[in-house]
Design a protein around this ligand. Structure first.
Ligand code: ADE
Length: 247
């Protein structure tokens, strides 16, 4: 059993509120406040990234290089893309894709793997995949997870699927449909695939947990405010089970 902490990342205060158990020690690095503490008996370093891929990459790098975290986890909310899912359902990212990195040609964006030159002949296979071993163990750990009911979703459930990441909040039905079609993704958010890119680069295992706060369409800005708290609680319930993956 290692004493190295797990890095627990959220973007905004509401998302991280339900994760830290007991007291924490505050550590400031580069004007970012990190909290050393515990979750479900595991040593952890908690941090709020702020929004977007660059913020996410900064804190992820510090969690590994400064705090020597053994794994990186994200817990928070997302916009739903898959019409079969509803606000309150939880998506665990089995594939993370940066949907806004690539080449624009004839008005269309062709996405590439982050860091690859977006040129003809370069491999454009993109996305980071959750390891099969972690996935299998996650299924088991989540057998007993109980999710909070929401007014329009009395029996929320958890799903493994693709999550796309980009630097824009999606408040547009046409874009929601396009992202679902192009990436067969279940959810969209603004940090996950950047965290995962850093984790892969630094040889650390990772898990991204997102509960749907909205459905990314024209009402998403209002639903986000209404369901942020309940969705953050459901994401935290799943994260609390999966934090034991890295023992
Ligand atoms: N996080 C929560 N809802 C989102 C949305 N609609 N777009 C991007 N990120 C989100």
């Amino acid at each position: 059993m290692t004493n190295k902490p797990v890095g627990i990342i959220s973007a905004i205060p509401e998302e991280i509120k339900y994760l830290l158990d007991g007291q924490a020690e505050e550590v400031i690095v580069g004007n970012i406040t990190f909290y050393r503490g515990k979750i479900e008996g595991e040593q952890a370093v908690f941090v709020e990234t702020g929004i977007g891929k660059v913020n996410a990459a900064i804190v992820s790098t510090l969690l590994v290089s400064h705090f020597d975290c053994r794994a990186l986890m994200f817990s928070g909310v997302a916009g739903g893309l898959d019409p079969k899912l509803n606000v309150g359902d939880v998506v665990i990212g089995e594939r993370l894709v940066q949907h806004d990195y690539g080449k624009i040609q004839e008005e269309a964006l062709q996405t590439f793997q982050p860091g690859a030159f977006p040129l003809p002949g370069v491999d454009s296979t993109h996305g980071f995949n959750m390891s099969e071993e972690l996935k299998a163990r996650s299924h088991k750990l989540l057998d007993e997870v109980i999710l909070e009911s929401l007014p329009n979703n009395e029996t929320p459930s958890h799903h493994f699927g693709a999550i796309v990441t980009g630097d824009a909040f999606i408040n547009c039905e046409v874009t929601r449909v396009r992202l679902h079609k192009d990436f067969k993704a279940m959810a969209v958010e603004m940090e996950g695939a950047a965290i995962v890119q850093v984790a892969e680069q630094m040889n650390r295992p990772w898990v991204v947990v997102r509960c749907l706060s909205d459905l990314a369409g024209s009402e998403s800005h209002m639903d986000f405010d209404t369901f942020l708290a309940a969705a953050s609680i459901n994401a935290a319930r799943v994260t609390r089970k999966l934090v034991h993956l890295f023992g």
